[in-house]
Write a protein that binds this ligand. Structure first.
Ligand code: MG
Ligand code: NI
Length: 474
């Protein structure tokens, strides 16, 4: 008799989700799904609001990535006003996005994933977390926490204490960064670099003893999507879309983000509430693609800063063509921290940051605007249609967790197939399944459009929906 194992929700990722593992009659894993309960209401709720309010409104979608929404929304507003924003405003937005990438990647590595590498898969779940890490290696944990704070301080230096909800606005930004602010950031850079290099060392060492995980934690062919610069370089806020396949070949390039609907189809999977985009020309399942750090490093040809470029070379050698293991999202994330720090260091020397020309002003010059930005987790689209007076007629948001949804399902199925036998899932196996999801660092708050974390509930559900076993964690 077919059985269903439900893990609900996943720990150490924000929001609320559950995993279902489907067993066939022989007790073998036949499939798996990562469910996110999306409250579609948010896009509808925005209708009728002025587009100029959207940066502030959408920054509140999520307590984890307000910066990403703020920036993508401001960009969509630029398109509706049909303006080129002042160069200083673009550089300041970029600097804030770099701060966001550093702080979010540091959180993902040190708080959420490093406990598995340092304390082990089999460590008791009560201590296999950042507090356990503090107990086991206080210096490492502290430096990880400080690296995250460094990214947050950049965001605060620009946007104000609790991130001014409307620092980035259609047409530009509200304020620049003075020399004192720059000096404070500059002074913290050496420590941030040292921590990032230490994290890289830890991961590369962990990789030696995690060869099996690297082979089965989401290791499959897929497409990859990310923004790239005009010369094919790494991009995080600007540029155009590139798609590559698992051989590393470019299959679509320099696509204006506003044209995303020509390339992406959106399907609603029966069992999941999250919309699942795919590369239209290849249909499903061939059009499955991944976004985020792994994808960005796969689609780009170079990063443009020395330390990150040296590491990118080593990264690219881990795949024939593209790097196809989602376990290497961790590696890509750490390389992006270094890339981010180098880019921040460079940006601080740009005299434009102190410029007073920060904002272009205009009314509605286009009834449709799309803003795309690379959020830490992957490409974020804000797509607005407005009337002549700038009131929103429709809103479409595509978040990274949506792009990666099919790949996350595939990852869970691959791990479950390898480790799950019968209907008893021991704790270390549960943890490996969860880690498969954590590789993508999904922001469930964004996907569900509701903040908050639920306690962990693991349920083993029989064929008639009857709960065979339930485990409650922390
Ligand atoms: Mg949407
Ligand atoms: Ni989010």
């Amino acid at each position: 008799m077919a059985k269903r194992i439900v893990i609900d929700p996943v720990t150490r990722i924000e929001g609320h989700a559950k995993i279902s593992i489907f067993l066939d009659d022989a007790g073998q894993v036949s499939d798996a799904e990562f469910h996110v309960v999306e409250f579609r209401g948010f896009e509808k709720f925005c209708e009728g609001r002025p587009f100029s309010e959207m940066p502030a409104i959408t920054a509140r979608i999520c307590g984890i990535c307000p910066v990403s929404h703020l920036l993508a929304s401001a960009k969509a507003g630029d398109a509706i006003m049909a303006v080129a924003i002042p160069p200083a405003a673009d550089k300041l937005r970029r600097l804030m996005n770099l701060g966001q990438i550093v702080q979010s990647h540091a959180l993902s590595f040190f708080h959420l994933s490093a406990p598995d590498f340092i304390l082990g898969w089999d460590a008791p779940p009560a201590t296999r977390n950042v507090f356990g890490l503090i107990a086991a290696d206080p210096a490492l944990a502290r430096s990880g926490i400080r690296l995250r704070q460094f990214g947050q301080e950049i965001i605060e230096a620009l946007g104000g204490k609790k991130i001014h909800p409307a620092w980035a606005v259609p047409g530009g930004v509200r304020s620049g960064l003075d020399e004192e602010g720059r000096a404070r950031i500059r002074q913290r850079l050496p420590e941030a670099f040292a921590t990032a290099e230490a994290a890289l060392g830890i991961f590369l060492k962990a990789l030696e003893s995690h060869r099996e995980e690297a082979l089965i934690f989401g290791n499959f062919q897929s497409l990859f999507m990310g923004l790239v610069a005009p010369d094919g370089g790494w991009e995080h806020h600007g540029g155009r879309l590139r798609f590559t396949d698992s051989t590393g070949s470019v299959i679509a390039d320099q696509i204006e983000p506003a044209r995303y609907l020509e390339f992406l189809g959106e399907s609603v999977q029966e069992a999941s509430y999250l919309k699942t985009p795919y590369f239209k020309a290849l249909g499903l399942p061939g059009g499955m693609y991944r976004v985020g750090p792994l994808a960005r490093l796969n689609v780009c040809e170079h990063i443009g800063t020395p330390r990150a470029d040296a590491e990118l070379k080593a990264f690219k050698q881990m795949g024939r063509g593209a790097v196809t293991s989602s376990f290497l999202y961790h590696y890509a994330r750490l390389i992006e921290i270094i890339a981010g720090l180098e880019a921040i260091e460079r940006a601080l020397e740009d005299p434009d940051l102190g410029s007073g020309d920060l904002r272009a002003d205009a009314g509605v010059n286009s009834l449709h605007g799309v803003g795309a930005s690379e959020a830490p987790r992957g490409t974020l689209f804000h797509d607005y249609t407005v009337d002549r007076s700038g009131l929103l007629k429709s809103v479409n948001l595509i978040v990274a967790t949506g792009h990666n949804n099919l790949a996350m399902n595939r990852t869970v199925a691959q791990i479950a197939r390898h480790y799950v036998q019968g209907d008893n899932i021991p704790e270390p196996v549960l943890n490996r399944i969860e880690h498969g999801i954590r590789c993508y660092d999904p922001c469930l708050s964004c996907s569900t459009h509701a903040a908050g974390q639920m306690p962990l509930r693991i349920r083993l559900v029989g064929p008639r929906g009857n709960v065979l076993r339930e485990v409650v964690r922390g």
